[in-house]
Design a binder for this molecule. Structure first.
Ligand code: MCN
Length: 818
């Protein structure tokens, strides 16, 4: 039976021109996404959609043990299964010179890992590949994989970072007998100790920021082909950074020269950070395709995604915040254990250090901060960046501690925040943890959020409802984020093995149509629209006349890809810089055509005209045609109209805002209902408000889910218990309220567009807002802190405990349950 999908009426006919017909400027316009008709009608082209004749299929044999020595692997039966073409174990790849995947961020004293594509003699987490079967169909490959006989010698395993540091804990890698990959610190320990010694109030809390599993709708996938005639290897892969994939896989892992290796990352269905890294399956598939000279593909099953996609977060922290008598924060001291899993993935060491410790000042003027971070190996899936990557951990810590401080000091949490904000005249502001915030104005965002929440009335109503046995709570999170890591020279000194600039070629065709080749690469962020808006706005052409090309090392110049909410501010600026060059050259050509001086030429609404004489003008397409005809160009001007730029920003950008969650807790079941969610964000100038809102919606949904439902669970033997969509608590639309959004605008001075990032803001702010709201609701029970996720059983147990204790002590009605 064949099925045809009929697109909903209107979608196919939609053109961006409809949205832009009556607007003054494309930059800042709420334009519908150009890419959506393709996605909504099922015409996206994802890696698994790419078809190559004669493709073979890979299936990986995976370890059921978290830690075991591999005694023997017998692939005789698997190799004899009908349809099987080849079988390989780790030694085959190692003997052929395939190296382990290197780590891309080196900290002083770091003990790295050697993450082989297929384990050679020891497995270190459940799901690690021990063999791969290549067959003429995916079914044959999977059936044959079932026939592999692996003789394991199971060894003790440890999943928890604290337990991994205990005396006698199972050792994950011999090179780190204490399971410590690195010890890192930032801030001034002596100054912080002095601040604590003089403080009048100190709040202490152990905080667990649980492990999360990124669940992109599109599973990871790859397809490799090799052409002997040209010696060219091509890898289609679900990557956020195709050039980085090519560089590292080619130069460091496979030994394939970059000019003979093409990496194509077509449409990517969500990444959330987890598709930045180089994964073992991709290495194996690329090597096998080259070895067999046949196309080979692999697409993850959902359970493989749960076991092998890099996980996120997993911190255990002891935090202390010190206050003076007036409620000023005078010090923050933090000790964090960061669970890194069994291997270091590409950016793993950077996440709990430079993207976490440096953010610990939040929006506050804190004179002394000291943070120590220990990166710990465990027998679990590797942990790396996941939407927010270090910054949600920092935000959650600060915002929980501020709330705990407010409770202990008997102060209003909103006012305590306000009192400690870095004032607007202090920017650029250098924190004690090494960052210089570019720009900020925190009070207007707080005030707007409080007004939207009708904070004062809520407090009054909260009291009334408590008398009726209803427990509502309100929680704030005033967050700071750092986006667009830069500049390359500085990050290089801090251990990055890559430059963090972005590139753009703007190619204008003779007819005035434009293709932009960008080093950024979208996974759902709407770059095809926002980048076209930047071009259309500057050149005065429609966004349907602009195409954005990304994700293909064969077509696009070297670029760094998409992560760390950088594409607007860094990738967009690279495009803007190329546009400047296009406009400058166009003005010279126009001046020549109009017999005027270049400095007298102005560009308005897509026409180059002589200042003061709007009737003496040339359209953009007239200029581009003249540039390519080259019949009459000014002296010294080359034919053609194309410009290349690389933008290396002088600093990060620092978006900020205040989010407010309002919840009700059912004291009889522990069920938390998120009633309202308010977000006032400042992401600098906005290219497309609708896309920015969409980014916030997605991030907030993920952060709310971290606060309430999601969490990767391992048992005591390091078996992953939450290995499927049946038992991992992804958020669903019906669990979420409509988000109420507003914005303030504080442009960034570090890029000419004044843009700050937005892609992670929602996920950074929301866990603390929701957790603070739940703790506020639970305050009548004397519950000050529970770790996320705040599931119904956890909340119910805490209420029960409080009620039992209250009954014994003859306490209040909330604690006795009367
Ligand atoms: N934008 C804008 N105005 C601004 C800032 C951004 O209009 N002031 C636009 C940008 O042009 C872009 C979008 O908003 O179209 C997001 O921009 P930016 O904040 O620069 O983030 P990136 O494009 O670099 O995307 C990365 C970021 C990260 S790090 C994660 S994780 C994440 C996220 O984006 N993963 C996502 N959003 C996601 N959205 C989807 N649908 N899927 C993912 O995997």
């Amino acid at each position: 039976m064949s099925t045809t999908v009929t697109p909903p009426a209107g979608i196919e006919r939609f053109t961006a021109a409809e949205d832009t017909a009556n607007i003054d400027r494309l930059f800042g316009a709420r334009v519908r996404r150009k890419e959506d008709p393709r996605f909504l009608t099922g015409r996206g082209q994802y890696t698994d959609d790419v078809r190559v004749t004669g493709t073979l299929h890979a299936a990986f044999v995976r370890s059921p043990h978290p830690h075991a020595r591999i005694r023997n692997i017998d692939l005789t039966a698997a190799g004899a299964h009908p349809g099987v073409v080849a079988v390989y174990v780790g030694k085959d790849l190692a003997d052929a010179g395939v190296n382990g995947i290197p780590v891309g961020w080196l900290l002083p004293g770091l003990k790295p890992s050697n993450h082989h594509a297929i384990a050679v003699d020891e497995v270190r987490y459940v799901g690690e590949a021990v063999a791969v079967i290549i067959a003429d169909s995916a079914y044959a490959a999977r059936d044959a994989a079932e026939l592999a006989v692996v003789d394991y010698d199971p060894l003790p395993a440890v999943a928890d970072a604290e337990q991994a540091l205990a005396q006698g804990a199972p050792v994950v890698r011999d090179s780190a007998a204490d399971n410590v990959s690195f010890r890192w610190e930032i801030g001034d320990s002596a100054a912080t100790a002095a601040a604590f010694a003089n403080a009048t109030t100190v709040v202490r809390q152990r905080l667990v920021n649980q492990r999360l599993i990124p669940v992109a709708i599109e599973p990871r996938a790859c397809l490799a082909t090799y052409v002997r005639a040209t010696d060219e290897l091509t890898l289609w892969v679900t990557s956020q950074s195709p050039h980085v994939h090519r560089l590292i896989m080619g130069a460091f892992v496979l030994g394939v020269p970059e000019h003979k290796f093409r990496v194509i990352s077509p449409d990517v269905g969500g990444g959330f950070g987890s598709k930045v890294f180089i994964y073992t399956e991709e290495v194996a598939v690329a090597w096998i395709a080259r070895t067999l000279e046949r196309p080979v593909r692999w697409t993850a099953e959902r359970r493989e995604s749960f076991m092998t996609d890099s996980h996120g977060r997993d911190h255990i922290t002891d935090a202390e915040m010190a206050f003076d008598a007036s409620g000023r924060i005078v010090g923050l001291r933090v000790k964090t254990l960061a669970n890194l899993g069994a291997h270091l993935t590409l950016f793993a060491p950077a996440i709990p250090t430079y993207l976490y410790g440096t953010l610990l000042s939040g929006q506050y003027r804190i004179p002394a901060i000291h943070a120590q971070v220990t990166g710990v190996f465990t027998h679990t899936t590797p942990v790396d960046a996941y939407r927010g990557a270090g910054r949600p951990e920092a935000c959650y810590l600060i915002e929980r501690m501020v709330d705990l401080g407010a409770r202990q000091l008997g102060l209003d949490p909103a006012e305590l925040r306000r009192q400690n904000f870095i004032p607007p005249n202090a920017f650029p502001y250098l924190t004690p943890v090494a960052l210089q915030y570019d720009s900020g104005n925190y009070e207007p965002a707080l005030d707007r959020a409080l007004a939207m929440a009708d904070y004062k009335s809520f407090r009054a109503q909260q009291e009334r409802l408590r008398q009726q046995g209803r427990y509502v709570g309100i929680g704030l999170s005033s967050y700071i984020e750092a986006c667009g890591l830069a500049p390359s020279q500085v990050v290089g000194q801090l251990g990055s093995q890559a430059g963090l600039y972005e590139s753009a070629i703007v190619r204008v065709y003779p007819t005035g149509k434009v293709t932009v080749f960008t080093g950024s690469h979208q996974q759902g962020q709407g770059h095809e629209t926002t980048f076209a808006q930047i071009v259309g706005d500057r050149l005065g052409i429609g966004i349907d006349d602009v195409d954005i090309v990304h994700g293909d090392t064969g077509r696009v110049q070297f670029g760094m890809g998409t992560y760390g909410s950088r594409s607007g501010s860094v990738g967009g600026t690279a495009i803007a810089l190329s546009l400047d060059k296009i406009v400058e050259k166009s003005k010279k050509i126009a001046a020549h055509m109009l017999e005027a001086a270049p400095e007298d030429i102005e560009l308005t609404d897509g026409r180059f005209h002589v200042r003061g004489s709007p009737d003496r003008s040339k359209g953009f397409a007239d200029i581009s045609l003249a540039a390519y005809l080259a019949h009459s160009l000014p002296a010294g001007i080359e034919p053609g109209l194309e410009a290349t730029s690389f933008f290396d920003p002088p600093n990060f950008t620092y978006p900020f805002g205040t989010h407010i969650a309002m919840v009700e807790v059912d004291a009889d079941t522990g069920q938390v209902t998120l009633e309202r969610y308010i977000a006032v964000d400042d992401v600098g100038n906005v290219i497309n408000p609708m896309i920015v809102d969409g980014q916030l919606h997605g991030g907030i949904a993920q952060g709310v889910a971290q606060a309430l439902w999601e969490g990767a669970e391992y048992d005591d033997n390091a078996q992953l218990l939450t290995g499927s969509l049946m038992n991992y608590g992804l958020p669903k639309a019906h669990q979420l309220p409509f988000f109420e959004l507003d914005r303030t605008v504080t442009p960034s001075p570090v890029n000419p567009l004044g843009i700050k990032g937005v892609g992670e803001a929602g996920a950074i702010a929301s866990p603390a807002a929701v957790a603070n709201a739940v703790m506020d609701a639970l305050s009548p029970f004397g519950i000050a802190h529970l770790d996320m996720p705040l599931t119904a059983p956890k909340v119910w147990q805490a209420i029960q405990k409080s009620r039992e204790a209250g009954a014994k002590a003859g306490g209040s009605s909330a604690t006795t349950g009367r």
